[in-house]
Design a protein around this ligand. Sequence first.
Ligand code: B1M
Length: 212
Amino acid sequence: MDQILTDISTNLQVGKAKIVVELVSKALADGVPPKTILDEGLLAGMSVIGQKFKNNEVFVPEVLVAARAMNKGAELLKPALAAEGVSARGVAVIGTVKGDLHDIGKNLVKMMMEGKGIEMHDLGVDVSPERFVEAAQEHNASIICLSALLTTTMTEMKNVVETVKASSLAGKVAIMVGGAPVTQAFCDQIGADCYTPDAASAADEALRFLAS
Ligand code: B1M
């Protein structure tokens, strides 16, 4: 059983989606519990990629192909996980703030968080503060993730914080911020809950929030 889980993890890390799907399918047929395949195969592989990305040992393209392989394997596992009553580790909504169309970093954050077993709802780009609040309410999210790449749009993050504070979500959701121009000082200044400089750290912090 250990070998097939290791094989899932290593093939995922090099983005071999087709092989990952075959191995997940074989593991299920061999009776490996779906939660074990998820934790010790798919999520374990994505965790290695996250760490390597943080250390600049792999770059955006490698993360994208690994995430694709993970998503393909996870798709196959979904019905089995649902049948076992395994649910996500938590729910988050994510988007790029109003006026901003950059989405590569946001997509990486989403993938890394999915790689930690978090259910992600992607609102896309140019997302208004009201839409973030609406979506978080709709999906019962514990975290709102904001990305901004422009000095002119990062200020929108403050509007989201204020809109959340004025809503029924006040004190109930954590607001995480990031993107090239965003800093810890800016995060503190606007009253957001957490800043992280990269996608892998964002996923680690999100898990910490969900566990607390
Ligand atoms: Co834009 N652009 N762009 N652009 N663009 C930048 C950001 C810029 C720095 C280029 C430059 O001038 N040197 C500059 C911003 C300057 C500033 O504000 N200080 C700029 C500009 C000015 C513009 C336009 C205004 C240009 C124009 O039209 N005159 C325009 C604005 C459009 C708009 O948004 N309204 C524009 C447009 C575009 C494209 C559409 C052409 C394209 C975006 C395509 C897309 O995203 N689908 C684009 C691109 C690609 C870039 C650059 C080249 C690359 C950005 C990127 O994807 N980086 C960029 C210059 C550069 O950085 N070299 C530039 C890779 C990505 C992985 O990094 O998103 O930072 P990043 O994500 C990181 C971290 O920041 C973090 O995790 C990721 C890595 O782990 N992170 C988070 C991100 N979100 C997070 C959230 C978190 C935590 C971490 O918690 C929730």
